[in-house]
Design a protein around this ligand. Sequence first.
Ligand code: SF4
Length: 353
Amino acid sequence: MKNEKIETLKGLTLKELEEFFLETGQPKYRASQVFNWMYNHVVFDFDEMKNLSKEFRHNLKERFTLQTLQLLDIQSSPSTQTKKFLFNTIDGKKIESVLIPEGERNTLCISTQVGCPLDCKFCATGLMGYKRNLTTGEIVDQYLLTAKEVGKNKITNIVFMGMGEPLLNFENTLKSIEIFTHELTKGLSRTRITISTAGIANKIKELTEKNYRIKLALSLHSPFEDVRNKIMPINKKYSLNENLIALKEYALKSKTRITFEYTMLKGINDRLEDAKELARICSKLPSKINIIPFNSIKHMNPTGISAELEPTPINEIHKFADRLRNYNITVMIRETQGDDIAAACGQLAVKYN
Ligand code: SF4
């Protein structure tokens, strides 16, 4: 084998492994063997790849690692059974994944960036700033290391909603989905995978063009452009209107329903006119609303508008949801999950970073 610059095989798709092994003089079938060991049997040591010759394993071991992350800590919420997994990257960055039980479902919330460049005013990760994109291997290893801890069959769904904006790490996010859903990995079906985006309209259009069939969620948080401009600066680049047009095309082509994520902010997006406008938007495309109670970010000592944000009281949240239901909109109120271990949405700013 030539001495290539690849340091980890983790994150390579089957096609990339085939190309790599062919280039290095190995038969093509080696690729599916290694792919199967890495992503289906979830081994982290080449010596466990028993159907490879000893010499070949030795060669691989000399040049490559199979692990991109180290699991540092697991915290469990006594109240909700939510589990937070803290990982260290090879360059010393800390990232988190969160496993959220909801009845029969166990959803793993995965990060795609260290920090986030989008600066949403209600989000602790946004306040932390942006460090870098995660590699495909680092995205995949969040799933594999968690699965090793809790059992693969205990993860029924994946949502790209941890730290970072997945559509700004487009290629690595899609490659990780290709691996998660590949028939050889006996993994998840695409219908069990959701990308949650703050609204990167041109990438949503690209997903439509690719005829991609995963679920999409838009972090909506206000149905009005001017309010979104204030609390989600990305709206100035990709307006809500542009995103809604792109999402409608995606929903119709993929035959999926769009989820609107809606964090309830007192006096900002919980008024009568918000419910009315939200209902108008929902009537335009197959969709549902996921209402999320706001988790305080006061511990981050925020300034500006972030410092003024308060949660809508729970009784007001229920009234708001009922108003929407009166318009025949499907509405879910997400229970606050794991805020006792800082694992709830928007709290994934890791103190170690
Ligand atoms: S809400 Fe999502 S997109 Fe916005 S800053 Fe936080 S992590 Fe980034």
